[in-house]
Design a binder for this molecule. Structure first.
Ligand code: HEM
Length: 368
């Protein structure tokens, strides 16, 4: 495990950071109409995050005065930093007129448009602030979000909206082996990994200084129809993705990192990777070179009311233009063979500002 800095880097930790094993994501609705309250909340959150990422508590667990309530809830004591990163996102409503911040709106931030195959549950959608905590220990990630929720509640400025706890990273970063999602396939083989790719596709490079090295965060809670998937033939599963399940190799190759050949046909003239395969629709070669950073996690909500496994992918992507996600999901939602086995049930869009300078709080310059 590592210790990641909250201050100092241009970008917030938790985006280009190699994905940790577990995550806890929560969104909040602002309940105050005063911009000063929003500033106080972001300042309290920032100092708490900086301490927690160092593996420290955010205050006394067991105060000396017996009648006092502990400030830190204590369940992460002695667990260390566990590679914790906490990444804050600002939703479109932060920039509404009530806070006098409309002139600071990141130019591409807006609600996502209605996308094909959306089955969104309003209770799993939206939010004015997002908190993405990732760590190698699930209890450390949980503690971070829990204590930030507690701070929000104590200020009366924001209330919890929806949350997803993720496990077993389903995305690969630089130098990491490729993990598997709950459909059993390697996920993240052709994810962004190089600095130059982040510069081109992830970081915002223009606009006011407080936006530079920020990024647009898109989250989708994607339920999987696991029981149906588990009865599907192996060859059909491979055709859904255009890859082999065990090796992760494209159907036109033999090794995981072989470049897929979308033009290759078999002896009967049919494409080897079907045009409806997930990778055929999503690959940058077939999308004018557009790429996004995927930073997803597996999730489970236990069983549904019919006793079936209720689980899926908590999809998270970062890009310097949310239209890139929309363009990909418009294609996937219309034609992806995977659609038979998934449903997009939750959604959110946020702007993750750059990291604060030492002593500042997150997005502080936005208020000046
Ligand atoms: C690739 C799984 C949803 C975009 C892949 C791969 C798998 C996969 C197994 C191949 C390995 C790799 O290169 O990472 C899934 C599952 C999803 C899902 C199980 C839903 C439950 C999405 C969504 C998007 C997306 C919503 C974006 C709108 C991509 C992209 C690639 C990819 C861009 C790389 C394609 C390439 O360059 O070859 N996904 N994915 N995926 N996926 Fe998904």
């Amino acid at each position: 495990t590592q210790t990641h800095p909250f201050y100092g880097d241009a970008q917030q930790a938790g985006i280009s950071t190699e994905p940790q094993r577990h995550s806890m994501f929560m969104t909040f609705d602002l309940t105050t109409a005063k911009v000063g309250d929003l500033q106080v909340l972001l300042a309290l959150w920032s100092s708490a995050i900086a301490q927690m990422m160092q593996g420290a508590t955010i205050g006394q667990v067991e105060p000396k005065q017996p009648s006092a309530v502990g400030f830190d809830t204590g369940e992460a004591l002695n667990l260390g930093p566990a590679s914790l990163t906490v990444t804050i996102g600002l939703g479109p409503k932060v920039f509404s007129d009530i806070y006098g911040l409309s002139h600071q709106m990141p130019p591409l931030l807006r609600e996502l448009k209605q996308l094909p195959s959306d089955q969104l549950d309003p209770a799993l959608t939206g939010g004015d602030l997002s908190v993405q905590a990732c760590a190698d220990d699930p209890q450390v990630a949980y503690h971070a979000v829990r204590d930030l929720a507690r701070i929000a509640k104590s200020t009366g400025s924001a209330q919890t909206r929806w949350t997803v706890m993720g496990f077993g990273r389903a995305s690969a970063g630089r130098g990491q082996s490729t993990p598997r999602n709950l459909l059993g396939f390697k996920d993240g083989t052709r994810n962004l990994k190089e600095d130059a790719e982040f510069e081109q596709f992830v970081w915002v490079k223009d606009g006011p200084a407080w936006q530079r090295y920020g990024s647009y965060q898109v989250v989708r809670k994607i339920q999987m129809h696991i029981e149906n998937w588990d009865t599907d033939r192996a060859s059909d599963q491979n055709n859904v993705f255009g890859r082999h399940k065990v090796s992760g190799a494209p159907l036109t190759g033999t090794k995981e990192f072989d470049t897929p050949d979308f033009k290759k046909v078999d002896a009967t003239g049919n494409p080897v990777i079907l045009p409806t395969a997930h990778i055929a629709l999503a690959a940058f070669e077939n999308n004018k070179g557009i790429r996004i950073l995927r930073r997803s996690y597996n999730y489970t909500d236990g069983l549904n009311q019919f006793g079936q496994l209720d689980a899926g992918l908590f999809f998270m992507s970062y890009q310097n233009d949310p239209a890139h996600f929309e363009m990909l999901q418009t294609k996937l939602g219309a034609s992806d063979a995977l659609n038979e086995y998934i449903a997009h049930i939750g959604s959110g869009i946020f702007f993750a500002p750059p990291a604060p300078k030492e002593g500042n709080y997150i997005a502080q310059e936005m208020f000046s």
